[in-house]
Ligand binder design. Structure first.
Ligand code: KIV
Ligand code: ZN
Length: 531
C-alpha cells in the first residue's frame, strides 16, 4: 500500500507582507473579505498583519481573528515584549491563534542594523519565543535574512528556538538572494544538523528579487520543508513573495515529483487572484503564470491544432482546475434574473438578493450595449459590485469633450444622499479632466499612483476594466470599474477610490484634519517598522 502523501501547509501572508507592496493598501473590511476567501480556499495559516505597528493593523488582525474559524490566524511581532503582547491580544479571540516572531540573524544585519553579537541574538530569539509561548500554543520563529546567515549559526539559532518551544521555524530568503539548489541544500542541512528539527515544522518564505521565489520555495519542499509562506499573485515587499497559486499548482501538477499535497481548493485560485488585485489595485501581468490573462491562451496555429486534437499536447493544467471561467457566450439581452443568478453561482459567487439586483441592473445596461455577454463580463460586473465601497458620491452623469484641437474638458454630475453637485474642469486628456472635476466636486484631491486598463473580452465592443490606485493625503486607496465606455470606467474607478477615502476619513474625522495627518504619520512609522 502506498504511504500517505506529505501535506505541505500553506501560510498566506497576503495581508501582511503582501500589503507591504508599494501601492497596496487595504482597509479592514477589505482585509476581512480577503481573509474569508483565503479560509474558504483552504489556506492553513493566514498572517493578517503586524499588530504593534498601528491601531489599524491591530484592529485588522483582531477582526480577522474573530471572523476566521478554520485557518490559524497569525500576528507578526519582533522579539520584543510589547510587540508580542500586541500580537497575542490581537489573535486572542481566534479559534486557532498563532504568533509569528522574527529577529535578524545574518552578519550584515547583526553588525549594522542590530549591533548585536551572535550570543545576544540567540538569547533574544529564545526569550521572544518563550514569551510568545506564554500566550499561544502555536509560535513560529523567523531568523530574518536566514539565507545570508552563516549555516552553522543558523543551525544553532534554529535548535535553540525549537528548544524554547517554537512549533514552526521559518527560513526566510528576505532579500531574494538565494538560488534553488543552494536554498534546497540549506533546508537539507538544517534537517540533517539540527538535532530537534522533527519537533517543529520547517517553513520557507522567499522573496522574488531575482525572480526565483517560487523555484526556491519548491526546492525547499523537495528537501523536506513542510510549510510555504506565499501571497496571492505574488504581491509583497519590493519584487514580491512566492506566489501562492504557483506553489499550489506546481505541487498539484508535479505530484509525480513532489509526492505531496496541499489543502487548497485550486478552483478558487483565479477568483481569489481577481479579488486581491481588485482590492489592492495591483493589476496582474498578462503573462503571469496560472492566473494571468494569457496563462491558458494558445496563439500559435500549431499549438491550437494540437490542442484541438488532444488537449494535453500543449496544456499541463486545465483552466477550469484553477477556476478560470470559460470564454463562451453565456447570456444575452433576453436572459432573466434567474439565468443570471444561476450563472453567477456556477462561477462560485453567492450574492445577497440586493447585490444580485444591482448586478442585474448593470447586466441589463451592458446587454443593451453589447450583444454577447461572456463569463468574463459577468465576473467583472460581480467583482465590481463586490469591491464597491459604500458610495458617498454616486455618478449621475458625465460629459467629456476631447480631440486633437480642443482642450479636453469634462462636466460631471455627482449625487450624495442629500444633494446633487456638478462642476466642470479642463485637463491634459479626457480622463484627467474628469478626475479634476471629481476632485473639485468632492473637495477630496487624489494623486493617481497607478492606472491599468484592459479589455475584459476580445472584440471592439468589449468592456474596458480599469484598476487604479490613488493617494489621498498620504494614504493609498484602490478603485475598480468596468464599462464599454472607457472614460466611464475610468471615472467610476476613480470615484470608487474617492468613496473609500471619504468613508475612512469621515469615520476618522474629516479630510485634512488630525486623523488624515495621523494616518500619514502612521504610514510613515509603519514603513520604518516593517521587516
Ligand atoms: O522577508 C522576511 O524576512 C519576512 C519575515 C518577517 C518572515 O517577511
Ligand atoms: Zn518577507
Amino acid at each position: 500500500m502506498k504511504a500517505r502523501q506529505r501535506k505541505i501547509r500553506i501560510f498566506d501572508t497576503t495581508l501582511r507582507d503582501g500589503e507591504q507592496s508599494p501601492g497596496a493598501s487595504l482597509n479592514i473590511a477589505e482585509k476581512l473579505e480577503i481573509a474569508r476567501a483565503l479560509e474558504a480556499m483552504g489556506v492553513d495559516i493566514i498572517e493578517a498583519g503586524f499588530p504593534f505597528t498601528s491601531p489599524g493593523d491591530f484592529d485588522a488582525v483582531a477582526g480577522v481573528a474573530k471572523a476566521v474559524k478554520k485557518s490559524y490566524v497569525a500576528g507578526l511581532a519582533r522579539c520584543v515584549e510589547k510587540d508580542i503582547e500586541a500580537a497575542a491580544r490581537a489573535v486572542e479571540d481566534a479559534a486557532k491563534p498563532y504568533i509569528h516572531v522574527f529577529l535578524a540573524t545574518s552578519a550584515v544585519h547583526r553588525k549594522h542594523k542590530l549591533r548585536k553579537a551572535k550570543s545576544e541574538i540567540v538569547r533574544l530569539a529564545v526569550e521572544g519565543v518563550s514569551f510568545a509561548r506564554r500566550f499561544c500554543d502555536e509560535v513560529e520563529f523567523s531568523p530574518e535574512d536566514a539565507s545570508r546567515t552563516e549555516p552553522d549559526f543558523l543551525c544553532e539559532v534554529v535548535e535553540a528556538v525549537i528548544d524554547a518551544g517554537a512549533t514552526a521555524v521559518n527560513i526566510p530568503d528576505t532579500v531574494g538572494y538565494a538560488l534553488p539548489e543552494q536554498f534546497g541544500g540549506l533546508i537539507r542541512h538544517l534537517r540533517e544538523e539540527v538535532s530537534n528539527v522533527d519537533q517543529a515544522v520547517i517553513s520557507v518564505h522567499c522573496h522574488n528579487d531575482l525572480g526565483l521565489a517560487t523555484a526556491n520555495s519548491l526546492a525547499a519542499v523537495a528537501n523536506g520543508a513542510g510549510q510555504v509562506e506565499c501571497t496571492v499573485n505574488g504581491i509583497g515587499e519590493r519584487a514580491g513573495n512566492a506566489a501562492l497559486e504557483e506553489i499550489v499548482m506546481s505541487i498539484a501538477t508535479r505530484r509525480d515529483f513532489f509526492d505531496c499535497t496541499t489543502g487548497i481548493n485550486t478552483r478558487m485560485l483565479y477568483p481569489n487572484s481577481r479579488l486581491v488585485s481588485g482590492l489592492t489595485g495591483l493589476a496582474v501581468q498578462r503573462n503571469k503564470a496560472i492566473v494571468g490573462e494569457n496563462a491558458f491562451a494558445h496563439e500559435a496555429g500549431i499549438h491550437q491544432d494540437g490542442i484541438l486534437k488532444e488537449r494535453t499536447t500543449y496544456e499541463i493544467m486545465r483552466p477550469e482546475d484553477v477556476g478560470v471561467p470559460e470564454s463562451r457566450l453565456v447570456l444575452g439581452k433576453h436572459s432573466g434574473r434567474h439565468a443570471l443568478k444561476d450563472r453567477v453561482s456556477a462561477l462560485g459567487y453567492r450574492l445577497s438578493p440586493r447585490k444580485l439586483d444591482q448586478v442585474y441592473e448593470r447586466f441589463k445596461a451592458l446587454a443593451d450595449k453589447k450583444k454577447e455577454i461572456f463569463d468574463a463580463d459577468l465576473l467583472s460586473l460581480v467583482e465590481q459590485q463586490m469591491s464597491e465601497a459604500p458610495a458617498l458620491f454616486k455618478m449621475k452623469s458625465f460629459h467629456v469633450s476631447s480631440g486633437d484641437t480642443t482642450i479636453p474638458t469634462a462636466t460631471v454630475v455627482l449625487e450624495t444622499a442629500e444633494t446633487v453637485r456638478q462642476d466642470a474642469a479642463c485637463g491634459d486628456g479626457p480622463v484627467d479632466a474628469v478626475y479634476k472635476t471629481i476632485d473639485r466636486i468632492t473637495g477630496i484631491s487624489g494623486k493617481l499612483v497607478d492606472y491599468n486598463i484592459r479589455a475584459v473580452t476580445s472584440g471592439k465592443d468589449a468592456m474596458g476594466e480599469v484598476i487604479l490606485s490613488a493617494d489621498f493625503n498620504g494614504r493609498r486607496y484602490s478603485g475598480r470599474a468596468s464599462s464599454t465606455d472607457i472614460i466611464q470606467a475610468s471615472a467610476e474607478a476613480y470615484l470608487n477610490a474617492v468613496n473609500r477615502a471619504a468613508a475612512e476619513q469621515t469615520a476618522a474625522g474629516g479630510q485634512g484634519g488630525k486623523s488624515s495627518k495621523k494616518s500619514a504619520r502612521r504610514a510613515k512609522s509603519r514603513a520604518k517598522e516593517q521587516p
